[in-house]
Ligand binder design. Structure first.
Ligand SMILES: *[C@@H]1O[C@H](CO)[C@@H](O)[C@H](O)[C@H]1NC(C)=O
Length: 521
């Protein structure tokens, strides 16, 4: 009897120590970001942790171990035209501009901390966490939560690996062979591309150094500072906290992105948001796909861009073009379209993973968001990319370079361009073959991404921030990495040597002159 009691209490101790309290912060009011946040939450809940989730979107399904902190007010901090196709086509928004991105993202960071629900959380002395996970997207101020709750933090990077996040845990990548997050250059670079990548890095570093860090440091002191003091500690300097992340969980993988030299504490877990088992399709949709003997083309511009914002002229020309095809076309669109050809079907809501996994789906026409390109490689389908903003351009350019995609520009003639691309794709098998090949590389990993995620989260908590994983490069100044100090020493030595030689030579010459003079006299 006592043995059983002992066992039970040991079990209780083990399970209580394995389950941790984790705060997950995904402040962006964009559905794709929430999908990535939800993925992390799902894996943490499955691992038995208790999760508090700061997000503009509610997490489904509800769970007694999940506490949602509603920051849906963040939608107000997002400029409306940011996600509107029309505005993008009229070039009213410029996503290539880092400064504008910093500005918007910092405002979203501030709105998150100022949110009354978040303030309530920080104000509650009973709230304690073992770990904070924050999304990185051109703003870093939300790491302040780690200082409030006095625990380690992990970055979650939603994009392919790039210099900007790596500089937070290691050092920037060399711009001579790696692209910026929103650049469209791909290595190997020509001379001007190489110069342009260097320029971007220098410009962004300068801007961070001069403005962003100061602004975020101020938000940190003002908005997090009082809560840290209230919990009886002095706020650590922002500069120190800033470079104290335990690791990065990166939504990247070599099958889709660049094979970058990454440090020990960058963990590529691309694909973790995809369910281990695809949910079965609704009956009517399944029937439609099963019966599509010539194949299915799936068309979706993602969850942020609303297809209803597409100009009417483009909608009609697209419908007409799709109608001329022998394939079944599934178009994810929020409204019904009049005069729709019989082979075109509108889906207000589309179970994308289910559609992509269906054997009759032959092609995916997408905006090229990272989640869509990930899912397409997960299921091994080729794409036609119509990028609209942000990292979509580089995702599509990369997909084209990798050989499983064609690019079509968002324009008033896009129906014609699309028709040509569809023709190429469906007559040449090389695109589909490449997608299958990359899909093999994507799946061929020693551990599934969700498992890896759970493992590293546990590792960071159990080793109190995993300091042993941190790169020594983080605190080595630039001039030391480039041995500029050695160069200075060598130059000084050379200078002194030359001077000395000159002195000796002159002394020799003058004594010789004296002797010569003596001789002539
Ligand atoms: C930095 O991280 C380590 C390990 O997680 C922690 O012990 C330390 O207190 C942190 N320092 C600051 C200033 O947050």
């Amino acid at each position: 009897m006592w043995a059983m009691k002992l066992c039970l209490s040991i079990l209780a101790v083990i399970s209580c120590c394995e389950a941790s309290k984790i705060l997950v912060v995904f402040p962006l009011p964009g559905k794709s970001h929430a999908i990535l946040g939800d993925g992390i939450v799902r894996h943490l809940l499955n691992a038995g942790h208790e999760v508090t989730y700061i997000s503009p979107f509610p997490y489904k399904p509800e769970s007694p171990k999940l506490h949602w902190v509603d920051i849906s007010d963040n939608f107000k901090a997002m400029p409306e035209e940011m996600m509107n196709i029309n505005a993008i086509m009229e070039k009213k928004v410029d996503f290539g501009d880092h400064m504008a991105l910093f500005h918007v993202m910092t405002n979203i960071g501030r709105a998150t901390v100022e949110n009354p629900n978040v303030q309530k959380l920080m104000n509650d002395p009973k709230q304690e966490f073992d770990l904070v996970i924050v999304e990185w997207l051109f703003s870093e101020v939300t790491i302040g939560f780690a200082a409030v709750f006095n625990c380690p933090y992990i970055w979650s990077s939603s994009l392919d690996v790039h210099w900007h996040v790596l500089h937070l845990i290691d050092q920037p990548l060399n711009p001579a062979y790696s692209s910026d997050a929103i650049s469209t250059n791909l290595p190997p670079f020509n001379f001007w591309q190489r110069v342009s990548e260097l320029y971007t890095q220098l410009k962004v570093q300068y801007y961070r150094y001069m403005y962003t860090n100061a602004i975020e440091g101020q938000i940190y002191q003002e908005l997090f500072g009082p809560y840290i003091v209230k919990r009886g500690r002095t706020p650590p300097p922002y500069d120190v906290l800033h470079y104290n992340g335990s690791l990065i969980l990166g939504n990247s993988h070599v099958s889709l992105g660049q094979p970058a030299p990454i440090p020990q504490n960058y963990i590529p877990i691309c694909g973790y948001h995809i369910d281990d088992e695809v949910k079965p399709l609704p009956q009517d949709l399944k029937k439609l796909l099963d019966n599509a003997k010539n194949g299915v083309i799936y068309f979706s511009m993602g969850s942020n861009l609303k297809s209803k914002d597409i100009p009417m002229q483009i909608k009609t020309s697209l419908l007409k073009m799709f109608g001329e095809l022998k394939y079944t076309v599934l178009w994810k669109f929020e409204e019904d379209l009049p005069n729709r050809p019989t082979n075109v079907h509108i889906l207000k809501w589309a179970p994308q993973q289910g559609i992509l996994s269906h054997p009759n789906t032959i092609l995916f026409i997408t905006h090229g968001g990272l989640l869509s390109t990930t899912e397409t490689i997960h299921f091994g389908k080729p794409i036609i990319g119509i990028p609209a903003f942000g990292d979509q351009f580089i995702n599509v350019v990369r997909a084209v370079q990798k050989g499983f995609a064609l690019q079509v520009d968002l324009s008033y003639t896009m129906a014609d361009d699309l028709k040509i691309a569809i023709n190429k794709m469906t007559t040449n098998p090389k695109y589909a073959e490449k997608a299958k090949e990359l899909s093999f590389i994507y799946h061929d990993r020693p551990e599934k991404p969700g498992k890896l995620l759970a493992h590293y989260v546990k590792h960071v908590i159990e080793t109190k921030g995993a300091p042993h994983l941190r790169s020594p490069a983080l605190h080595v100044p630039f001039y030391q990495k480039l041995y500029l100090d050695l160069l200075a020493v060598v130059l000084v030595c050379l200078f002194v040597l030359v001077r000395l030689l000159k002195l000796v030579y002159c002394a020799f010459c003058s004594s010789k002159n004296v002797q010569d003079k003596k001789k002539t006299n």
